[in-house]
Design a protein around this ligand. Structure first.
Ligand code: AMP
Length: 212
């Protein structure tokens, strides 16, 4: 049986960075299903999904549940590896649809950071335009070659939704629509672990939780 692990937390809490560190040497065992990356790819390729998602993403809103549930539930079912869910479920409706589809995550890792940390990280973040790998313009995780992805060599760009006004909107959406998801998961006896993701040893804490 494959494990399903939900990566929970504010947008910009550092979920993607933490998991990509953890995956070094474990790529064969795990797959990361990042809804944001899937949507960005769809937009770039201008697929039906990408065109539908565009305006929601640019304003900091969530894409409607029906669209998201279909792609994520299908993605989980067809994967033959352990799955990290990055950015799902993000609404009560998504959590309910996931459970209704018989998908019960093994654990939830809640990455806790303050709004101030999120705002600063958005200012410092650059991502690979092709594979979505995140880097920073400060000394935390700079690319080896400035402006290019270590993994696939593609160009690094700023995300439009890292604009400060949009980040504030996304934090509000998180508070109103995503936070209540934790109660639904807890109510279904899914274990929630919390990592303070602004602390230096957050990577060790995360690795410990993964061993549980
Ligand atoms: P992320 O990269 O996870 O911060 O996601 C970027 C954007 O994609 C979000 O601001 C939403 O517009 C959209 N998005 C990502 N995950 C979801 C989701 N589970 N439900 C609805 N929209 C999502």
């Amino acid at each position: 049986m494959k494990n399903i692990i939900v990566l929970f937390g504010k947008p910009g809490a550092g979920k993607g960075t933490r998991v990509s560190e953890f995956l070094v040497g474990r790529e064969e065992l795990y797959e990361v299903l990042s809804v944001g990356n899937l949507l960005r790819k769809a937009r770039k390729e201008q697929t039906e999904l990408g065109k539908k998602a565009e305006s929601y993403m640019d304003s900091g809103a969530l894409v409607p549940d029906e669209i998201i549930n279909e792609i994520v539930i299908e993605g989980i079912k067809t994967s033959n590896k352990n799955v990290f869910l990055d950015g799902y479920p993000r609404t009560v409706g998504q959590a309910k649809a996931m459970l209704k589809a018989g998908i019960y995550p093994d654990k939830v890792v809640n990455f806790d950071v303050s709004d101030e940390v999120v705002l600063q990280r958005a200012r410092d973040r650059i991502v690979c335009e092709k594979c979505g790998e995140p880097y920073t313009t400060n000394s935390f995780k700079p690319p080896k070659k400035q402006g290019y992805c270590d993994k696939c060599g593609s160009k690094l760009v700023r995300r439009a939704d890292d604009d400060e006004k949009v980040v504030r909107q996304r934090l509000q959406v998180y508070q109103e629509q995503t936070c209540p998801v934790l109660n639904i998961l807890m109510g279904n006896y899914i274990k929630i672990y919390t990592v303070n993701n602004a602390q230096k040893d957050a990577d060790k804490k995360f690795a410990e939780i993964m061993e549980h």
